[in-house]
Design a protein around this ligand. Structure first.
Ligand code: MG
Ligand code: MG
Length: 262
């Protein structure tokens, strides 16, 4: 069942989304070689709790038990759901930082992929194109279109650039639950899937691999990695349909401000 949101509910969701956005901004300022993902995770948890939110991923039940952290930090060949560890980040790494909060009964959930220090040109391009995929998907989120129009736009842009599009993990509806219907695959065909209607709120999240599309899960029960060991990138926004058009409730402005100061 797809839960469409009222304007009032969307405003509450914007608050939850922006708490995630500000948390990612705080993390962006701290990312550099030598810093540990575990340290970033502690910062995020303190910030979320001191701003009236609850970390949404911590304790989230998976097939093999609860997720242990506030952030999913996925490094290089890790696609998503990486568990923050105390091993320092290295110059040249790329990391996806995914963050979820619950505030006022509603969830915010989005992600940004970062460079650690200087990275190779091919990785800069992977980050750039994955972010472009996200915005190309969002452009298609208009009343009357279908979910497949979003999926198609993302897949086309990624594959045009020679990248692999992850199939096993998808975007999703967002609201009083962290994951609601409909699923939002990053691959698909135009005119397929549920219709996009006023009040729909989606977390759109392309996961794009430098190499092939295939992924596998590590023995920790969470981390998803590319099968060929090549790097992967991930960007996510929370988007609502207002007056038939997509409005991005989350914001990368806090992240970009922090990165510009570096
Ligand atoms: Mg997420
Ligand atoms: Mg998500």
């Amino acid at each position: 069942m797809i839960y469409l949101k009222t304007r009032e509910e969307i405003e509450l969701m914007r608050e939850s989304a922006l708490l995630v956005s500000r948390t990612l901004g705080l993390i962006a300022a701290e990312i550099k070689p030598g810093v540990t993902p575990l340290y970033l995770d502690k910062l995020a948890e303190e910030y979320i709790r001191s701003n009236g939110g609850i970390p949404a991923f911590k304790g989230y039940q998976g097939a093999h038990g609860p997720f242990p952290a506030t952030l999913c930090i996925s490094i290089n060949e890790e696609v998503v759901h990486g568990i923050p560890k105390d091993k320092p980040l290295l110059e040249g790494d790329i990391i996806s930082v995914d963050c979820g909060v619950k505030k006022n009964g509603f969830f915010g959930d989005h992600a940004y992929s970062f460079a650690v220090g200087e990275i190779k040109e091919e990785l800069k391009k992977l980050l750039q194109v994955t972010k472009e995929c996200l915005y190309k998907g969002i452009e298609q989120m208009v009343s009357g279109n279908r979910i497949g129009d979003i999926s198609y736009a993302i897949q086309q842009h990624a594959e045009k650039n020679g990248y692999g599009v992850v199939r096993e993990l998808v975007g999703h509806g967002l609201g009083k639950n962290l994951h609601e219907e409909p699923e939002v695959p990053n691959y698909g065909s135009r005119g397929n899937g549920p219709k996009i209607k006023e009040g729909l709120v989606l977390a759109i999240e392309p996961m794009i691999n430098l190499g092939k599309k295939n992924v596998k899960q590590l023995n920790d029960g969470w981390s998803i990695v590319t099968a060929d060991g090549l790097p992967s990138a991930h960007f996510e926004h929370d988007v609502a349909i207002i007056d038939g058009k997509p409005e991005i409730l989350s914001s990368f402005a806090f992240v970009e401000e922090a990165l510009n100061k570096k």
